[in-house]
Design a protein around this ligand. Sequence first.
Ligand SMILES: Cc1cc2nc3c(=O)[nH]c(=O)nc-3n(C[C@H](O)[C@H](O)[C@H](O)COP(=O)(O)OP(=O)(O)OC[C@H]3O[C@@H](n4cnc5c(N)ncnc54)[C@H](O)[C@@H]3O)c2cc1C
Length: 372
Amino acid sequence: MDSCEVLIVGGGPAGSACAWALRNRGCDVVVMDKATFPRDKVCAGWITPAVLAELSIDPREYAQGRVLQPITGFLTGTIGGSTVLTEYGRIVSYGLRRCEFDHFLLQRCGARLRLGEAFHAARQESGEWIVNDAVRAKWLVGAGGHFCPVARQFSETALPHDDPAPVILAQEVEFEMTGAQQAACDVSGTHPELYFCRDLKGYGWVFRKGNVLNIGLGREHESRLSEHVAAFCDFLHARGRIRFALPTRFHGHAYRLRTQVPCVSASNVLLIGDAAGLASSHSGEGIRPAIESGLLAASALIESSDPATVVTQYAARLQARLGMERAETLSHWLPSAARIWLGQMLLRNHWFTRHVVLDRWFLDTKQSALSL
Ligand SMILES: Cc1cc2nc3c(=O)[nH]c(=O)nc-3n(C[C@H](O)[C@H](O)[C@H](O)COP(=O)(O)OP(=O)(O)OC[C@H]3O[C@@H](n4cnc5c(N)ncnc54)[C@H](O)[C@@H]3O)c2cc1C
């Protein structure tokens, strides 16, 4: 039987970040993932520069042979309404492809990899975890994303019973444009476009990353998502942003927004990333909290050998770092009757768009990169 100190289930950004930090301190780590890499993940692939800083990734090095689209501004507005162009004149974000980024992170993390192997079950034996009757580990880290099987197995103890966290349902398509399609696409790589739904319960995006186009839309608790996605595509065509037929097959996925930091541990188990439901309730940004929770879990594991201390430290640090987000999206600010009218007005305003929507909600400029 294979054995290790920490078994991480899930090799996405959360799992890789945690493994990388543990391996840097000499810990014996195994990452198990049901997929073989490179694998894709439904995601727009937008990151803030803090993500690269937190993992000591040099953007120039990463960009060798991979897509890393610098972003220096945004075009924002409402679907069907007017738009605002915000210029920063410097790099404030990047666009990347998850099939490349996740593979890169997993390869550099230095852990032993068990890929193409799904987590089925864990049982305890002499104070250690036996997973799939194949791996023995002191600690189990659940990094399996929104449908994480570890979170599910321990949901009785690890997550609140009536979890009130809102779930975002999203659909997107990402594809490499042909030469003719590039000529018929007015979306600029340096200026991604974000269009809020008229009721402010979600937004659509168009990201161009080099010759790759990513289009999607996410909404809270949405049962008629496909209709919203179709209406969004019609809008992009009507505005002339895209003048060619879009693929009809969009991929769906879900993630939970953080409204409070959930209880993220059971006996010798920690949950990180989407498995713990940590995406920003303002923007839906999930990669950065996934990475930060992975790093925080690793630091707690490195600093103490006492399970109770590890759990307390991890929960406290997560709370200090991610638990303070206020529920201040437009839809929370405004009563529903006033929402459409006031929302359209605010999103036409250059000051509000730059300082509240972009700086505060999407770029989180006040929060510097996590340094441990
Ligand atoms: C449409 C959409 C667009 C998004 N756009 C952005 C964006 O632009 N920027 C941003 O910051 N966030 C975005 N997000 C959120 C972001 O994608 C997630 O928050 C992020 O991927 C979370 O990382 P993770 O490592 O926790 O989980 P994941 O990236 O989901 O990785 C989980 C891993 O666990 C593995 N796994 C699952 N089940 C098992 C099992 N049984 N056994 C073994 N392995 C298993 C999976 O194969 C996967 O590799 C978006 C989400 C969606 C749905």
